[in-house]
Design a protein around this ligand. Sequence first.
Ligand code: CTP
Length: 399
Amino acid sequence: MSNLSGKHIILGISGGIAAYKSVTLLRLLVKAGAEVQVVITPNGKEFITPVTLSSLSGKPVVSEFFTANTGEWHSHVDLGLWADAMIIAPATASTLAKMANGVADNMLITTYLSAKAPVFVAPAMDLDMMAHPSTTRNLRTLQADGVTVIEPEVGELASHLVGRGRMEEPEKIAAVLDTFFASGQQLKGKKMLVTAGPTYERIDPVRFIGNFSTGKMGYAIAAEAARRGADVTLVSGPTALADPAGVTTVRVESARSMMQECESRFGDTDIAIMSAAVADYAPKIFIDHKIKREHDNVESIELVKNPDIAATLGSKKRPGQILAGFALETDNARANALEKLRRKNLDMIVLNSLADVGAGFGTDTNKVTLISATDEVEFPLKSKAAVAADIIDYISSKL
Ligand code: CTP
């Protein structure tokens, strides 16, 4: 457990029967040398006393926004900055819902919203609550926000029913955190460039040529790389996503502007991952007024080819730099991916096929094959966050 030694961990406890297991988790973390600050919800205190927790952690337990008799304010912002990781165990359905929606009505949630460090949740609830669409939706939202979900087990629940919803055992939760810190800083000192999202090519002031990319995959890659210590710049086309924590995000619109931002940074980059769905063509001329159906009579738009950003960077690549691309294919997937790997001088390519259910644009999951000149690894359908971790692991193994 030495990877936890000296680490600052916030242990968030919400109100469920599994809160008794948090005592074991706290003991394991402290024994491994971590400094642990417990933050408990008002309901959590119905299940476990702050005295037990403060004795074991050696720190006063935080629960209220301020101490009633002295008026001393407890700063969730300071706590958020202090932490190297935050684990919420147990995470009840209500706490997950509040986290997913930013309902900041207790100290645990305000601390979560202020946390700069990676956050883990270990859900615990009755099987029907666990299987409810709202819980599923909230967990999906949290995963998209970069939270790692430590999946509950199937077992006997507080209701004596048997099903999925039992909080993962404290030993396993501690092991997840230990593994996280073991791999935590493997990209420290590396400069990384990631492209994401679609590009928009303006036709007139209100219309554009674009595509269905949402940027989720590239944002997940940028977030994962930042978590592992890389200095990440994300050059993003128009998306509805928030800037990932700890990442320098540069917003662009067109392929040409994306190209400029990438070219000016590439010389200084160790690893570049091109996940943007760049529009291949742009209108030859931009019409500076809204095209009118009656007057303008525009029936065709002349297009010109956009620059190929990946291929341009590939032609400038120096030894030691790693360049990765994506291939989203509908047919002849593998052959097309290999051809792109070669033509764009990439070191690896992430192949996803639209033929696979749950893969491609807009979904929260993806199914990929990672291909380099020397090997090929096929992965099952996973969350985009887990796919991002696989991609970074693969690249790290090539460093
Ligand atoms: N790419 C890029 N610039 C472009 C087009 C693509 O950087 N103008 C990158 C993508 O980010 C991706 C890879 O190249 O990493 C492959 O993208 P894809 O659209 O599949 O390749 P194309 O070369 O456009 O091939 P086609 O559309 O003919 O399949």
